[in-house]
Design a protein around this ligand. Structure first.
Ligand code: MN
Length: 424
């Protein structure tokens, strides 16, 4: 299914008067709204191929209907999102769930929806049918060199798929760790992981990046071999210039100060990948901005400040991606909500008066600093985000239009009720 531009235009006409009132009202208080809009329009958030089906928990999975059952249909789904919000112009594939049979055809199909391929993701956290060695006790960290080699070879294979599609980065997330004290020698596990990553790194093309993702716990519950940003940074520094840390918002221990982490990683030039989601307790993988929107804003405040200080292009300097799971909501609607929350936080961060904040910090004016940040956070910028979307040809209300034209019903008609997306 494709959404005709005419349908989007008609939807926009109906909402135009209300939108104009809101946008004109806020525009008067924003300095250089045109420059702001340009940045918001350019900012794209990649959609992971595994987020298009219904997610599950360890207690089960309530399958949705009309899920994409092929890579082509996953691209179609991201195409629908991008047509509606003009902010989801990239797709991140997971190998082996999404091995392209004909890369050129897949690339052309994606281009027809105005999509490019973001980072490719390897998978050594599950065993695949026919695989010689098991990852039950880890992959890149494994005590057996044969297992490590198999995991390294898999990552090299993923890079090859990525090259064929025009990707520019490999994301490595490991489930490696231990669940009981004494199970692992920490130093040996780390060294094995480093050596394995070095082998993979050798196969990275010149213009590629490697994102080393960390996670505090789960599926292992006593130790994780790349558990936090320090351990990821240690690896990235040892690997070289093409290796960076990837921050996934859900991969921290409770109440970690993530905004401080991203600030320092940007200062060190070692932050390049970002996974959005939200959580109440752990790696809950909920809709971005649904639980802690102020934290999301504070993170973007540091991202914008840090990127500007380092001269990094907001739209292209980092790999921005959603990494969430949708157990209750329609995955496509959930993704629209996440992208909206991310763009609201980004817009607000762009509106922070940096000079005034700097002056307040220099004067130890704690009250003023708080007033500046909370003043922006409490400003309703939805009409700015909507105006950016409108100018790019998207819908003023993507979720509303998705429901109005019964996208999911049409997808069920096309794909049937029993189609199941690959993934967890
Ligand atoms: Mn992630």
């Amino acid at each position: 299914m494709r959404i005709e531009q005419q349908v989007i235009d008609q939807h926009n006409q109906k909402l135009d008067a209300k939108h104009r009132r809101a946008f004109n009202y806020i525009s008067e208080d924003v300095s250089d709204v045109e420059a702001l809009l340009e940045k918001v329009q350019k900012f794209q958030i990649a959609i992971p191929s595994w987020a298009l089906g219904t997610g599950g928990t360890r207690f089960g999975r309530f399958t949705g209907k009309g899920e994409p059952s092929s890579l082509e249909q996953k691209i179609e789904d991201v195409g629908l999102l991008h047509a509606l919000n003009k902010s989801s112009g990239a797709i991140s594939l997971h190998i082996p769930w999404d091995i392209p049979k004909d890369a050129d055809n897949i690339k052309d199909l994606a281009a027809s929806y105005d999509l490019v391929f973001d980072a490719v993701n390897s998978n050594t956290f599950q065993d695949q049918p026919g695989q010689e060695y098991s990852y039950k006790f880890g992959s890149l960290q494994h005590v057996d060199p044969n297992v490590r080699k198999q995991a390294v070879d898999h990552n090299i294979e993923v890079i090859k798929h990525g090259i064929a599609l025009g990707s520019k980065a490999l994301t490595v997330w490991l489930a490696d760790g231990s669940s009981f004290p004494g199970q692992l020698n920490f130093r040996e596990a780390f060294q094995n992981t480093l050596e394995s990553l070095r082998e993979i790194y050798k196969h990275l093309p010149e213009d590629w990046k490697m994102f080393v993702e960390y996670k505090a716990f789960e599926p292992n519950f006593y130790s994780t071999t790349i558990a936090d940003w320090g351990q990821s940074l240690l690896l990235a520094n040892k690997l070289g210039d093409k290796a960076y840390t990837l921050v996934d918002l859900g991969h921290h221990l409770p109440n970690a100060n993530i905004e401080q982490i991203v600030s320092l990683l940007l200062m060190e030039g070692k932050l390049a990948g970002f996974h959005f989601n939200d959580s109440k307790y752990a790696d809950d993988d909920l809709t971005a901005g649904s639980i802690k929107p102020y934290q999301l804003f504070l993170i973007f405040n540091e991202l914008v400040d840090g990127m500007d200080a380092a001269g990094i292009d907001h739209a292209t300097g980092l790999g921005w991606m959603i990494d969430a799971s949708h157990n209750l909501k329609d995955p496509l609607v959930d993704l629209l909500q996440s992208v909206e929350a991310i763009k609201i936080a980004y817009t607000q961060a762009l509106m922070v008066d940096r000079n005034a904040l700097k002056a307040a910090q220099q004067a130890n004016d704690v009250v003023k600093a708080q007033e500046i940040l909370q003043g922006v956070f409490r400003t309703d910028v939805r009409s700015i985000v909507a105006e950016a979307r409108l100018r790019s040809g998207g819908a003023l209300n993507p979720v509303g239009l998705f429901e109005d034209i019964s996208v999911r019903t049409k997808l069920i008609e096309e794909r049937g009720s029993n189609s199941v997306a690959t993934g967890l």
